[in-house]
Design a protein around this ligand. Structure first.
Ligand code: NAD
Length: 501
């Protein structure tokens, strides 16, 4: 029987750990369990929900100026503790650079939302006179969902736990966040940063736990933001429908990139490789399939393979190299299975894959595949690994048809000879965001512009741009009659129809 050591210092064997609801957490670099979490029981989640809901009333009534001031103080605290949060997330994810950049991205996002929020709220408060009846006027009240639940995945632990929570807090909601049980170490320093801002601590709480904790949260909240896989998203959407609460879903992707004959092939290869291999491909909007004009296919693949071969694993030193381990060992099995299916159906591995185990961590070198087609799993289902399958096309129409032949529609990319050519193709692609002349540009416009996912990639409207905040507010119309009330005689069947009532 494997001995395990919970973080509170007690010794437990694995059977006892299960019996006491302690969840073991593996280190992605060693494959070993070296951390334990103690999820709250459903009754504790219910109590927490009541406390947050009660604090939300004052939070909302205090107004946007107060909420902005509090959130700016939190941004300062996160900034001061960025190293501690980054260190914890480095252990969670097995990658250092991004883990240490993320706290600063979150700080910038909080401050950006604080800058934008007052004007977004102002513009949404409509008032005026009825277009049908001039003695009727209206005002809009913005009424936040009291308690929002956020359930987030393991691929970007801190960042994805905040994307919805920050605008929701500014909208006036209280928020309970449950990050993935795969990557929970970052929660402790984040919770400490929240505790330093008591007004925020009253309305924002992180809890650790797995699916059961997630379900207990769904039972308590007034709206849910879920980021994660399609099957979980579908199950949670059904659970929310049963409770008549909105579910905002941000799910998987199978992003296509199109490379035309006129593209600068070195630039195209660099963009595609970055899109596919950054964070070991564990990114929802990773480039997962590439269509290249047949006339430049061989030259493009040669350049892509040359660039891919230069990428190094961040093993044994987490602060060096380009590619970290798979955060979740099971993900390596999924990527290997996609690769094996493609090879069995005739694809050729030009460099990289399958995964390799080093000191217990599961790694994969940047992998380029040719000879692929849409009968292969690797061209249809989310792979979530550093794999670039490349398929040739003969006409732009064919490239667009292939790009659109997907159940997903999160984002896509077009790399062409110039921006106009890329734009013309990009307009024809069914995806919420299309990067032109590069890949993965979505993250750069988070607070600026709205985008909606297509297909199985999401549901519930844009998490980006002003709607990223407005979706947490119910619009209540306050409608006032200023003149006399038309009585029932005015509504008689034989009364002359008035110009307006
Ligand atoms: P997952 O669906 O397995 O888990 C996501 C979260 O849901 C975790 O916190 C998990 O504990 C919780 N959960 C799982 N089952 C649950 C249940 N039955 N009830 C309540 N909660 C439950 O996803 P994952 O493997 O952690 O994340 C990877 C997926 O996330 C990929 O598909 C990726 O594309 C997607 N993703 C999407 C975006 C986006 O913005 N569209 C961003 C990042 C990741």
């Amino acid at each position: 029987m494997t001995e395990t050591r919970p973080s509170n210092g007690h010794h437990l064997d694995s059977a006892t750990a299960a019996a006491t609801d302690v969840l073991p957490v593996r280190n992605p670099r060693t494959g070993r369990v070296d951390h334990w979490i103690h999820p709250p029981r459903p009754a504790e989640i219910a109590g927490l929900g009541t406390a947050l809901r009660s604090a939300q009333v004052a939070w909302n009534e205090a107004g946007i100026g107060h909420r902005v001031a509090v959130m700016r103080r939190w941004a300062d605290v996160v900034e001061a503790n960025a190293a501690a949060i980054g260190d914890a997330e480095t252990v969670d994810t097995g990658r250092s650079r991004v883990s240490h950049e993320v706290p600063h991205m979150v700080v910038a996002a909080i401050r950006g939302w604080c800058d934008a929020a007052p004007a977004i709220l102002d513009r949404a408060r409509l008032h005026g006179v009825s277009s049908v009846t001039e003695t009727v006027g209206y005002d809009t009240e913005l009424d936040p969902y009291p308690l929002l639940g956020v359930i987030s995945p393991w691929n970007h632990p801190f960042l994805l736990s905040t994307l919805d929570a920050v605008p929701a807090l500014l909208a006036g909601c209280a928020v309970i966040v449950k990050p993935s049980e795969v990557t929970p170490r970052f929660v402790e320093p984040v919770a400490a940063s929240i505790a330093e801002v008591p007004e925020l601590a009253a309305v924002l709480r992180y809890v650790v736990g797995g699916p059961e904790t997630g379900q207990a949260i769904v039972d308590q909240v007034d709206a849910l933001c879920f980021t994660g896989s399609v099957p979980t998203g579908r199950a949670l959407a059904q659970a929310c429908a049963r409770r008549f609460i909105p579910a905002f879903l941000e799910l998987g992707g199978k992003d296509a990139a199109i490379v035309t004959a006129s593209a600068d092939l070195r630039r195209a290869a660099a963009a595609v490789l970055k899109g596919a291999a950054h964070n070991t491909g564990q990114v929802c909007f990773a480039t997962e399939r590439v269509y290249v004009d047949r006339s430049v296919h061989d030259e493009f693949v040669e350049e892509l393979v040359a660039q891919a071969r230069r990428l190094e694993l961040n093993h044994p030193d987490v602060t060096r190299g380009h590619l970290g381990p798979f955060i979740l060992g099971r993900q390596a099995d999924i990527v290997d299975a996609h690769l094996a299916d493609a090879v069995a159906r005739g694809a050729v591995v030009r460099c990289g894959g399958p995964s390799e185990t080093l000191d217990g961590g599961r790694y994969m070198r940047a992998t380029v595949l040719t000879g692929v087609d849409h009968t292969m799993t690797i061209m249809r289902e989310e792979t979530f690994g550093p794999v670039v399958p490349v398929q040739a096309f003969d006409t732009v129409d064919e490239a667009v048809r292939l790009a659109n032949d997907s159940d997903y529609g999160l984002s896509a990319a077009v790399i062409a000879g110039d921006e106009q050519e890329a734009m013309a193709i990009g307009r024809r692609i069914r995806a919420g965001a299309v990067s032109l002349m590069d890949t993965s540009l979505t993250i750069t416009i988070m607070r600026d512009v709205e985008k909606t996912s297509y297909g199985m990639s999401g549901l519930g409207g844009s998490r980006m741009g002003p709607n990223g905040m407005l979706r947490f507010l119910r619009r209540k119309a306050l409608i006032t009659r200023s003149g006399p009330v038309p009585d029932m005689d005015a509504l008689r069947e034989d009364a002359a129809a008035p110009a307006s009532t």
